[in-house]
Design a protein around this ligand. Structure first.
Ligand SMILES: Cc1cc2nc3c(=O)[nH]c(=O)nc-3n(C[C@H](O)[C@H](O)[C@H](O)COP(=O)(O)OP(=O)(O)OC[C@H]3O[C@@H](n4cnc5c(N)ncnc54)[C@H](O)[C@@H]3O)c2cc1C
Length: 318
């Protein structure tokens, strides 16, 4: 599995393959599976369709680890533009952002200014739900800075939320501070291959760490402080654990949600909506979709079938 995942990461990073695939029409079906649209307009349309099915969306403009100041400006501008389009469509304005796509590779001051401008823009928009800028969490070299950015903007009264990775040893402490702050926290297991000095290792330990973090986020104290837990996982055992605790500790259905990636476990997504659990989908958009989509294949080899089917459909004109 690790070998497969490494191979897919290699494919995701190859500029030659990326260029070839993103220009290939026969890959359209594959991109649609995991990607909300090639541009903001298409993605807002997809979010509106989802809303009709009782599902919310968080929009993310594709492109991480950007050093080029021009691209950083473009990334920030795309997100600022898509906010009003969501509000205009009567949707909540929920935007996800990676610090390294909006300037952290240049300087954290640039990043802070871009996220601040985005959060100010979001704060000024009408919305039907929780308008917020959700900070994604990248590798452990930027955890401190990302949390500091969150606390800084939050103390300025801006609508920001943050992602934490349960696999990190430090997360218990980080969560205690976020609970005290009454934060909106997206809890994920962690997508980066971190070493034993930084993170727990192995499936059992990763799952145990996630369970423990769920318990912190769904405690009575967290509810009283106004925490809004977001379970960023496709793991039905962990979601079941959260739902049980929510019931036991007096959380109502509008005080927490589950967030999954577009295209992952769609049958289970429908089942959650039928159970009345608030569900949000992470909708990436943009032309630079190949690295993102191929990483989803790396997480689950069965998804490789969709790539193959797209190529066959393209070749046979279906
Ligand atoms: C909304 C959202 C935001 C995220 N943001 C971040 C972030 O900011 N930083 C970060 O480090 N990580 C982030 N992640 C990724 C996360 O850390 C995990 O790597 C990822 O969600 C897979 O773990 P899991 O919790 O779904 O559990 P797993 O134990 O990996 O999977 C649970 C179940 O879901 C199925 N599944 C998982 N992935 C797939 C897939 N691609 N296709 C089909 N089935 C699948 C598995 O087969 C299994 O049955 C995010 C995830 C989500 C859902």
């Amino acid at each position: 599995m690790r070998l497969w995942q490494k191979a897919m990461i290699g494919l995701a990073r190859s500029e030659r393959v990326t260029k070839g695939m993103q220009g290939t029409r026969c890959m359209d079906a594959f991109s649609r599976l995991f990607v909300g649209g090639v541009d903001g307009e298409a993605c807002v349309g997809r979010a509106a369709t989802l809303r009709g099915r009782g599902v919310s969306a968080s929009l993310f403009f594709l492109g991480e680890y950007v050093r080029d100041p021009e691209l950083v400006r473009r990334n920030a501008a795309e997100l600022v533009t898509v906010g009003p389009a969501l509000a205009h469509a009567g949707l909540d304005v929920h935007l996800s952002v990676d610090p390294t796509q909006v300037g952290a590779m240049i300087s954290w001051d640039v990043c802070r200014e871009n996220v601040r401008a985005l959060a100010e823009a979001v704060a000024g928009l009408p919305g039907t739900g929780r308008n917020v800028v959700m900070l994604d969490m990248e590798d452990s070299s930027v955890t401190d800075r990302t949390l500091a950015l969150y606390h800084d903007l939050r103390s300025a009264g801006l609508p920001v939320a943050v992602t934490v990775q349960s696999c990190l040893h430090r997360t218990g402490d980080d969560l205690r501070r976020l609970v005290a702050d009454g934060a909106m926290v997206r809890l994920v297991k962690g997508a980066f291959a971190e070493g034993p000095a930084v993170a727990v290792q192995g499936r059992a330990a990763r799952d145990a760490a996630y369970r423990e973090a769920v318990e912190t986020l769904f405690s009575t104290e967290a509810r009283e402080r106004g925490v809004y837990p977001v379970l960023g996982t496709h793991d039905h055992v962990m979601i079941g654990h959260g739902a049980d605790l929510a019931g036991k500790n007096g959380w109502t259905r509008d005080q927490w949600e589950v967030e999954m990636l577009l295209g992952v476990r769609p049958g289970y997504q429908r089942a959650l909506v039928e159970q009345g659990i608030a569900l949000r989908l992470y909708l990436p958009f943009g032309e630079n979709w190949w690295p993102y989509a191929v990483r989803r294949v790396g997480e689950r080899p069965a998804n490789a079938w969709f790539v193959l089917r797209s190529v066959i459909n393209g070749l046979t004109g279906k």
